[in-house]
Design a protein. Sequence first.
Length: 68
Amino acid sequence: MPHIEIKARKNIYPGEAKKIIKKGTVIGLLTTGRISDNAKKLLDEAGIAWAENIPEKEFMESEAQEEG
């Protein structure tokens, strides 16, 4: 089933990007850290959307809204 990976407090380098790509079901990647240029290239080639440097509070606020 297609899903979006969320990585908190993690920088993504090519090795991690390859692991994500290998899963075969990831359609998007969000991280609070940075994605290296080489990892971005791999993700782009695999058709995986990505966003980096997402403030951790964005996840916390969403979680609080879901509970309330």
